[in-house]
Design a protein around this ligand. Structure first.
Ligand code: UD1
Ligand code: MG
Length: 408
């Protein structure tokens, strides 16, 4: 009966898409009136654009999911009520039910905390704390439900560590860190129209594709069904948001959306038991994070905004820059910039007074270092194309190569 459940989930997703598409334009002015707007920094005269629309589409996602809650238990035989007595059968999947509620609670908390971030414009150390707090419902339910903290070892270390290893509390730390990474990694690959939503749509579609393959040929059917139930409405609301956020943006998504998307991915990765595959779909975000490390950890000065600079005359984007004196960097910072410079991964201009000017260390700026000034929509298309190519690489790594490390 799972195909009926998936079909209903798809139907709810389609309805959610049309409702969201109609809702966004009606709420735009309300956000501006409430002072929730940002300046589009890559346009002439920096027009005001309503920001934090992520909170609206997060809510439509939650309503769609709330309406979906009874569906699996109405059609799955193991969960059917006895009509005469109204009793639940012994096979009723209480754990799965609790998991679904906990997943929605974590996503709901993340939307609330993300909106708080948009309104209060929190500092970076708080941004790391928010997803950690929002994963607590999920982790606590996982502890009560399963508390399985054993990981299967890759084949080549089994002679040393055995087939599996119980890593105890570290499993929970890993799950918390996964949520912190997924949410913030999307939030820092941002700043040009459509990129936050575009990358989330590609990642969401990749997860859905992977779930369908696993459902057809794999063993962990329940985990992948659970992921599909979340991914279909997630893609529906994201596609509706994309319609208004793509170049030229009529609305901005806000940190709320980045956190919402990241947390939804983390939840399906954790509860679907495919967190390693999930990370494979984040290759561009991992590269952007690694490239950003010198600025994120303040080895090199990090301005409030690292998005590219708009040239009013040509309407093209140029690299945005940061500057420093080499003598002001600590040895580790110096080593990092020297490696990046020697690998030609950053632009480098040494001034007569000893100041060095480089691009800000983001993937968006790196594209501009490689290709020179480019139009904003082209940079977004390029990065989304790269995200799709990375998904194909991820699937090649996941299927043929994984059999060298684990049983197929
Ligand atoms: C992150 C990045 C920051 C980047 C910002 C852009 C790090 C450490 N932080 O900060 O470098 O500048 O995202 O989102 O990498 N904006 C546009 N056009 C867009 C999207 C956003 O001009 O297409 C501008 C608007 O002014 C908007 C603001 O960016 O108001 C949103 O920034 P915010 O999400 O608050 O920045 P952070 O997530 O803190
Ligand atoms: Mg942001």
């Amino acid at each position: 009966m799972s195909s009926v459940t998936i079909a209903i989930s798809g139907l709810i997703a389609v309805c959610t898409y049309f409702v969201t598409v109609r809702m966004i334009p009606r709420f735009k002015d309300m956000f501006i009136k409430a002072g929730l707007f940002g300046k589009d920094l890559c346009k002439r005269d920096n027009p005001q654009v309503p920001e934090s629309l992520g909170v609206l589409i997060g809510c439509t996602f939650l309503v769609a999911m709330f309406l979906f809650i009874p569906i699996p238990y109405t059609f799955e035989e193991s969960a059917l009520f006895d009509i005469k007595t109204g009793a639940k059968p012994a096979t009723f999947p209480h754990e799965k039910f609790a998991e679904m509620i906990a997943a929605l609670l974590s996503i709901c908390c993340m939307i609330l905390l993300g909106f708080a971030d948009d309104v209060l414009d929190l500092r970076w150390r708080h941004k790391l704390l928010l997803p950690t707090m929002a994963t607590l419902p999920l982790l606590m339910v996982y502890y009560v439900n399963f508390n399985i903290t054993t990981v299967i070892m890759p084949k080549f270390v089994r002679s040393l560590l055995g087939y599996s290893l119980d890593i105890g509390v570290f499993y929970y730390i890993y799950m918390g860190m996964l949520a912190v990474f997924c949410t913030n990694a999307i939030n820092i690959l941002a700043g040009i129209n459509g990129l936050e939503v575009g990358q989330s749509i590609v990642i969401g579609a990749s997860i859905l594709f992977y779930n369908v393959i696993e459902l057809a040929f794999g063993h962990q059917v329940d985990c992948h069904k659970f992921s599909i139930y979340l991914m279909l409405p997630f893609l529906a609301v994201s596609l509706a948001l994309w319609k208004y956020n793509k170049y030229p943006s009529q609305v901005f998504v806000g940190d709320t959306y980045c956190y919402f998307a990241g947390m939804t991915f983390a939840v399906v990765g954790i509860l679907g038991h495919f967190s390693k595959t999930l990370l494979l779909f984040f290759i561009p975000q991992i590269l952007n994070f690694l490239y950003s490390v010198p600025q994120l950890f303040h080895f090199v000065p990090c301005p409030r905004h690292r998005l590219p600079k708009y040239d009013v005359r040509t309407e093209l984007l140029h690299i945005s820059t940061t500057e420093f004196h080499l003598k002001d960097l600590n040895p580790l910072g110096l080593l990092m910039v020297r490696i990046l410079k020697n690998l030609k991964l950053i632009s480098w201009q040494e001034q007569v007074d000893g100041r060095v000017i480089t691009n800000n260390f983001t993937l968006i700026n790196f594209v501009l270092v490689l290709f020179g000034p480019v139009h904003e929509s082209v940079v977004t298309q390029f990065l989304l194309g790269f995200q799709v190519i990375c998904t194909l690489c991820a699937l090649i790594i996941r299927y043929p190569l994984a059999s060298y490390f684990y049983e197929a």
